[in-house]
Structure formats: structure tokens, C-alpha cells
Design a protein around this ligand. Structure first.
Ligand SMILES: Cc1ncc(COP(=O)(O)O)c(C=O)c1O
Length: 427
């Protein structure tokens, strides 16, 4: 009988030599998650919020928090979340548009299971969040179609043509629940892996394309609040799908949000923001109704995190820390990145996307760099469904302190120059 290898691991990143962020011999710039210097703050924050919530429950005396919850998620939590998002986005967010989830990955699964044709199309950008690609492969009747990118954002001319072609060529099963024949999965703000943000004019055009072709656009909006500029972050795509527009089609954009990057991935707390026609379908979902909201207890604790301003204060702190880390990384790249490589400085999020010279294979370079220079990052091909984008690297500021990022980035640039000199004429 086949046996399953189940080694003793305390942590997801412990086993893998590429992803092992705790390995002190090599610095790993791969991981898109907060490190222990940030996570340590969760202890006191969670204690305070939990005490507060449990006291509130005792006062009320009904102990609803330990009962099944309502389908869309705890009312007070959605109310507090709507207020939080409104003040942090600088754009109105309505409680009734929110469905609570166990994070963006879960939100994605809910969308795929609920509103998309079982033999529908999933459009993805040439490079995208690599684990979302694995999630899509679990829906084998759906076809994954890659869309080219230009200047590290989706190429809308190409997208428009591809959508028309795919719609003509297929025969989709749709009904009153599975209302969309196709979904475009994207990360419009502080993209993973490219770090870019879709400009406002492109956002407007993308919404027009979605309406005209009757597709849904799922935006993984997990980095939007990590904005390092002044004022409010870039508007999320959802806000461009305005119900007062004459050609509004009932809502074609979904914002899939999460507390994983702004608090802790382990909380497994997130939300879907969508129009009423989509929210209605979720509210009648048998799976959500049977479970009585997906994370009712955690939503109670999150309500207190929001009511006590703990989340707001922590987000301010995170933004300050991440902004410093990104500045340190980009300053090193500005100084030391070999001339024939390039990058665009992101305005927020976790990631910097390095363009390597054409003949340089990112996977081969990283293998060599990890062994010889003890620094690692993710090669571009890992984000590509089509197995392209070989001459790119993704660096993350999520996990390590700025001092470590500074020295690892400098070493990586030295390694790259050394490698490029061996392979090309570039200086
Ligand atoms: C674009 C994107 N979406 C989703 C996730 C996972 O989010 P969650 O922890 O909320 O499931 C990540 C994590 O790296 C991500 O980068």
C-alpha cells in the first residue's frame, strides 16, 4: 500500500530549502507573509480583543458567539468592517455588500464553486499569484486561459480580443446561481508578483469589458491597504463598477479581501465585497447556511479588534515598517542592480519584480545564487501558467527586517552581476 510521507514539521516553511525563511545560512526573500518580529504583536492584540468580546457576550447573556452564525457572517463584524474599510480606502463600503470568509483563498474557492459555470473559463495574467493557479487546477472542467501583460499590467487590447474569441467558441452551463460563463482573476492593486497597480483609465476600461462580455472580475485585494504613499490607497476596481452608470449590469466586479497581510495569516479571516445580485447567491448557499457563517467566533474577536481601534493602530504601524523596508530594498536596487536589469518601484504591497536580461534564466540563477551567495528569491516562471517569464525574479519585503533585506538585496545584486558577466557581455 502507498504510504504518505509525513515528516515532523513545526512550520509550513521549515521543510523546503527554497521557502525555509528560518534557515540562517541563507536569506530567503521569497515569502509573502509577516515574520515573527511583526507576529509577536498579535499576542497582546488578540488577548485584548478576546477579553473584550467575551465580556460583551457575558453582558448580553445569549452567548450567540458560540452558536451557529448568520449566513453572510456576523452582523456587527460586517458593520465594523464596512466602517474600517470606508475610512481606510477613503471610499464608501456598505455592510450589506460584505460576505465574511476564511481569507482570500477561501473567497476564491467560494466564487469558483458558487457563481461560475462549472465548464467556464478562468482568465489569468501571464504572471499571477502562483497558488491561485493551483486552486484553479482543482476545477478541471474549467479552462484556464492566459492573457498577455504590457509594462507589467494586463494588456487590455489583447484581453478584449481573447474574451470575444473564447465566448464564441464554447458552450457554457449557466443557471440562476452560476451566472457567469467566465472569470478574470487579477490583482489590480500592488500585484503579486509584479508590484504594479492598474492605472485609473485601465480600471475604467476593464469594467467596461467585464460588463460588455458578462464576465466577473475577481480582484485579490489582499495588499490594497498596504499603501506607502500619502493619502488614500489607489481606488479598488470594485469602486469603478458604479451602479449609477447607464450601462451598469448588476455588478461584474468582486473584491476579495483578507486580514492575512494586515494582521495575521493564521486568523483565517477575510471578506468578499460584491453587488447585491452576487451577495444574494452567497446568502442562499447551502454550504454557508449549513455551517452558519464560516468563522463566526473569529468574526467576534475581529469585531473587537475593530471596535477598540487595535486594527487601525496596528495597520498604521505595519505601513510604517513596510514602507521603510521597501525604501531600503529599492535604494539598494537603484544603486547595485546591474544595468541591463530593471524594476519599477511599487507604491505598496510586498513585492518587487526584477526584469533580468533576456538570456538569463531566473531559475538557474536562483539555484546558483542560493548555493554560492546564500540568498534566494522566486524565479518568474513559477508565476506563469504558460511556463514563460523565465527572465524575472520576485523579491518580497514581507518577512524580514530591513537590516536583513538591505544586506540580502546587496548580495543578490552582486551575485546577479557576477552571473550576468559569466553569461553575457552586460556590465
Ligand atoms: C494575491 C494573493 N491572494 C491571496 C493570498 C492568500 O490570502 P489568504 O491568506 O487571505 O487566503 C495571497 C498570499 O500570499 C496572495 O498573495
Amino acid at each position: 500500500m502507498e504510504t504518505i510521507d509525513d515528516p515532523y514539521l513545526r512550520h509550513l516553511f521549515d521543510g523546503d530549502s527554497v521557502f525555509n525563511v528560518y534557515n540562517e545560512e541563507a536569506t530567503n526573500l521569497s515569502v509573502g507573509a509577516p515574520g515573527p518580529d511583526l507576529l509577536q504583536h498579535c499576542v497582546e492584540m488578540i488577548k485584548k480583543a478576546t477579553d473584550h468580546r467575551l465580556d460583551e457576550e457575558k453582558k448580553e447573556g445569549k452567548y450567540y458567539l458560540f452558536q451557529y452564525g448568520i449566513t453572510a457572517g456576523l452582523w456587527e463584524c460586517r458593520e465594523e468592517l464596512a466602517k474600517f474599510l470606508t475610512r481606510r480606502y477613503g471610499d464608501p463600503v456598505k455592510r450589506e455588500d460584505l460576505i465574511l470568509t476564511c481569507g482570500a483563498s477561501h473567497g476564491l474557492q467560494l466564487l469558483l464553486n458558487t457563481v461560475i459555470s462549472p465548464n467556464g473559463i478562468i482568465f489569468v495574467e501571464e504572471v499571477t499569484y502562483m497558488i491561485a493557479l493551483d486552486a484553479f487546477k482543482q476545477f478541471p472542467l474549467m479552462k484556464i486561459v492566459t492573457v498577455p501583460m504590457k509594462n507589467d499590467v494586463v494588456d487590455l487590447d489583447a484581453f478584449e480580443k481573447i474574451v470575444v474569441e473564447e465566448k464564441e467558441n464554447s458552450n457554457f452551463v449557466t443557471n440562476e446561481q452560476k451566472i457567469f460563463w467566465a472569470m478574470f482573476y487579477t490583482i489590480p492593486t500592488f500585484h503579486n508578483p509584479t508590484g504594479t497597480t492598474l492605472p485609473p483609465e485601465s480600471c475604467k476600461r476593464l469594467v467596461e469589458i467585464a460588463r460588455k462580455s458578462s464576465i466577473v472580475i475577481t480582484c485579490d485585494d489582499v495588499y490594497n491597504l498596504l499603501f506607502y504613499g500619502d493619502g488614500f490607497p489607489p481606488h479598488r476596481l470594485f469602486s469603478y463598477d458604479n451602479p449609477t452608470d447607464s450601462n451598469y449590469e448588476g455588478g461584474n466586479i468582486v473584491s476579495n479581501g483578507s486580514f492575512s497581510k494586515i494582521f495575521s495569516p493564521a486568523l483565517r479571516f477575510g471578506w468578499i465585497e460584491c453587488s447585491s445580485r452576487i451577495a444574494k447567491i452567497f446568502r442562499s448557499s447551502g454550504i454557508l447556511r449549513s455551517g452558519g457563517a464560516v468563522n463566526h467566533y473569529v468574526s467576534g474577536v475581529v469585531t473587537s479588534l475593530l471596535q477598540l481601534s487595535i486594527q487601525d493602530n496596528y495597520l498604521d504601524k505595519l505601513i510604517h515598517i513596510y514602507k521603510e523596508r521597501l525604501t531600503v530594498l529599492c535604494n539598494i536596487l537603484d544603486h547595485y542592480l546591474p544595468q541591463c536589469s530593471s524594476y519599477q518601484r511599487p507604491e505598496g504591497g510586498y513585492f518587487v519584480w526584477i526584469h533580468l536580461p533576456p538570456g538569463i534564466n531566473g531559475s538557474e540563477f536562483i539555484k546558483w545564487c542560493q548555493e554560492k551567495y546564500k540568498v534566494t528569491a522566486i524565479p518568474g516562471v513559477q508565476f506563469s501558467y504558460a511556463g514563460k517569464s523565465h527572465n524575472f525574479l520576485r523579491l518580497s519585503i514581507g518577512f524580514h527586517r530591513k537590516e536583513i533585506i538591505r544586506s540580502a538585496a546587496k548580495t543578490l545584486c552582486e551575485a546577479l552581476l557576477d552571473y550576468i558577466r559569466r553569461k553575457t557581455d552586460c556590465k
